[in-house]
Design a protein around this ligand. Sequence first.
Ligand code: 37W
Length: 733
Amino acid sequence: CRPGFFKASPHSQSCSKCPPHSYTNEEASTSCVCEKDYFRRESDPPTMACTRPPSAPRNAISNVNETSVFLEWIPPADTGGRKDVSYYIACKKCISHAGVCEECGGQVRYLPRQIGLKNTSVMMVDLLAHTNYTFEIEAVNGVSSLSPGIRQYVSVNVTTNQAAPSPVTIVKKGKIAKNSISLSWQEPDRPNGIILEYEIKYFEKDQETSYTIIKSKETTITAEGLKPASVYVFQIRARTAAGYGVFSRRFEFETTPVFAASSDESQIPIIAVSVTVGVILLAVVIGFLLSGSCCECGCGRASSLCAVAHPSLIWRCGYSKAKQDPEEEKMHFHNGHIKLPGVRTYIDPHTYEDPNQAVHEFAKEIEASCITIERVIGAGEFGEVCSGRLKLPGKRELPVAIKTLKVGYTEKQRRDFLGEASIMGQFDHPNIIHLEGVVTKSKPVMIVTEYMENGSLDTFLKKNDGQFTVIQLVGMLRGIAAGMKYLSDMGYVHRDLAARNILINSNLVCKVSDFGLSRVLEDDPEAAYTTRGGKIPIRWTAPEAIAFRKFTSASDVWSYGIVMWEVVSYGERPYWEMTNQDVIKAVEEGYRLPSPMDCPAALYQLMLDCWQKDRNSRPKFEEIVNMLDKLIRNPSSLKTLVNASSRVSNLLSDHGPLGSGAYRSVGEWLEAIKMGRYTELFMENGYSSMDAVAQVTLEDLRRLGVTLVGHQKKIMNSLQEMKVQLINGMVPL
Ligand code: 37W
């Protein structure tokens, strides 16, 4: 072959031109030499072009989630002429104030891997909290190792956030007796802060729904009141200022049998006495049962007779009573560690180590092919809300609503999104939105519920202002109260009860909706940050919940009172345009929302009862349901309305006139509320100043000839609002 051509084998027919980026200056070449900065791997055939290392990856972006970092980039502009491009991640940990960086070491995990990444994304987990990291994403190909040149990488600097502690991994058993187990454990590998306390969850093996939680500042505990010869499962998690870490894996320990030889001689007389007492009691009970009596046991009122009849029951009841303040129990351990026949309690999905397990425990998996999405009806925090149809095999087709999780979600977003289904799936009540199931095995991830044709209650009422009878309104309120009674019986505290979170169907049945973990408040535009950092929908929230986060069913009752007010005033905004700060102050000073227009006195009284400062004085949901039932059965009881004149004038006597308010003249005020047509009428009838206007009652308006109800409402509401703002408060209780 002449120069510029080669023949790889003497058997080849003809000479070939040197492939791209190679040359030969000699005759009779069997191969061509690569140009400068181009290479050929041993495995590359001589007919293949010479290639070079790729350029750097481009447009790297990072996403930090606590102590995990997600990196994404696009492939290099120049692949070097090869198809075998892969990526390598170098990690450096930097101490910001010292400016010193070091290799990250083996602590960091790379998902799916650190070297030979084929995709253009990677996730690093188990990083340190509050630490600066530099990640270099290097593109490499089959000839990178042959090139002595500089590495081609793009670097990304990130700072990790605060993170919850890593799980406790080492747990050791201590003294084990027939009724108790002592444990000790080591602090987690990565506490990520100062450990404030540990939470120890334990339950009898295979009885997971009935568990106990104890808290400890030490790294040892003794669980007492256990059954002899039984296996108990323990899980421990640590809490720092950043919150709880995940639970440790399960550790199982077994109590000793009743008659196990004990080294402690002093126990023998106790056992002997217990056995004797037990035998006597058993005899008494058998006699009692034979005499035809029976007993019903509830946790709070288990008598000793019941105790013997249901030994397992008294064991649990006794334990829970001895260990916990009942209110604490509901606040923190919703899912009551006591399981009584016929009493179902709510289980906080957070108590599941694996959130996927929680969702599948409480929600049915639906195949995406059973769902037909018809149209978008709204937007949620995580994606769109759609209407559609669900056809399950062997069942009738149903109209449904579908929430979808938008693509590109993080693991936390998926967990929070499905958290709503894990909660909703535990409820079964005609006034709680019914979960049909979830789609998690295909994308998009979806939550499917019954379809509530009229959407959210506040919007629905605003659209249909003045269109319902009092009985219809009370019917809606009755439904909401019944749903709330059910939730409080389950030990679930809603925390965001408001008309916007109630759905209403075509039969005007109201159902409580919007369940979530922290998310509920995160996506509520009404929720504002308090000085303590919590996000709270101020206007709907009881003072003790705002002040010190005491969220209980009693604080839900306060919110229910606000919902009553919203319903009777057809979706009016509670406290109108007052600022959150003013609302907090006014409520603290004892002022309350005034009665809505045309409100039955019995309903307003119920609202005021719900807004009692002392939470124990507020009615229980059960009492509210009973009260509303009574009113519905006896509609004439709803005829007495809150006295129209007292409704406004009770604000005035102590708190001065409106003269110093926002409007300088009656004309200016009426124009502002688009009621300018009545200016003359007002002036002619002696209402020529704002001070005089302040005295106007509904009867006065009617007498003056303002006959349109809509106009009466507009004028009276505006007056009301001005007065409320003026006194920076509301009706003094
Ligand atoms: C709406 C899990 C869950 C919770 C609530 C819904 C839901 C909304 C957020 S809104 N229904 C409507 O808005 C009806 C609108 C009618 C219309 O615009 O024509 C629902 C619902 N369940 O019906 C949905 C899910 C999945």
